[in-house]
Unconditional design. Structure first.
Length: 204
């Protein structure tokens, strides 16, 4: 199933995933489609394709080493898959730096908006609930109350829920590596490609 087909179209009003008659047993990486909001184990594919013509807007919350690592991982995965990536960095001169960067990302009407790490959680939590027709992906953090259009990928050391709730464990910057970032992006994009959204994917 092409990723492009799920990125632009608005979801059903009831947030339903693909019709029950679809054969999920043949769609990697999940044999069954979980309920939105659940945390499930992620199975990153070794490679990802089908991103041709697909625009991904990445919101970079700060100039930290962790954000730079995740941005580099995103560029590598999207480039390898044939997609188009545009980055929008938060700037300190804005009243709400991350919110302003998110607004800029949404203005380009992307197929997918990606947020890097815990710095995007609060802004994404508000905006994603207002734009149910837009797909979002958060890598290295999760929303406290995700909606069907938000997919997140977390791992030990990167489980922040923003200011609304405590993380699932200690936050460790050293856990954010290029290899882990690439695996997270492949897992997240593959899940959205299969229209398995609204879930939190856990990388072991």
């Amino acid at each position: 199933m092409a990723l492009l087909s799920s990125g632009c179209s608005a979801p059903e009003e009831d947030g339903a995933l693909p019709p029950a008659e679809a054969s999920y047993e043949t769609l990697p990486p999940y044999e069954t489609v979980p309920e939105p909001g659940r945390t499930i184990e992620a199975t990153p594919p070794a490679s990802l394709s089908g991103l041709e013509g697909y625009l991904i807007a990445v919101v970079v919350p700060d100039a930290s080493a962790s954000s730079a690592t995740l941005l580099s991982a995103a560029k590598d995965v999207v480039s390898a898959g044939g997609g188009d990536l545009q980055q929008f960095a938060a700037t300190e001169d804005a009243a709400d730096p991350v919110g302003a960067a998110l607004d800029q990302a949404l203005d380009v009407e992307p197929d997918l908006v990606v947020g890097l790490g815990d710095g995007v959680v609060d802004a994404f939590g508000f905006e994603s609930a207002q734009r149910l027709g837009q797909q979002f992906l958060v890598v290295g953090a999760q929303l406290a109350e995700p909606t069907d259009n938000v997919t997140a990928v977390v791992w030990d050391g990167a489980t922040s829920r923003g200011s609304a709730a405590g993380p699932d464990g200690d936050l460790v910057d050293a856990s954010i590596t290029e290899q882990r970032g690439e695996a997270a992006f492949r897992a997240g994009l593959a899940s959205i490609q299969d229209e398995t959204t609204g879930v939190v994917l856990y990388l072991d």
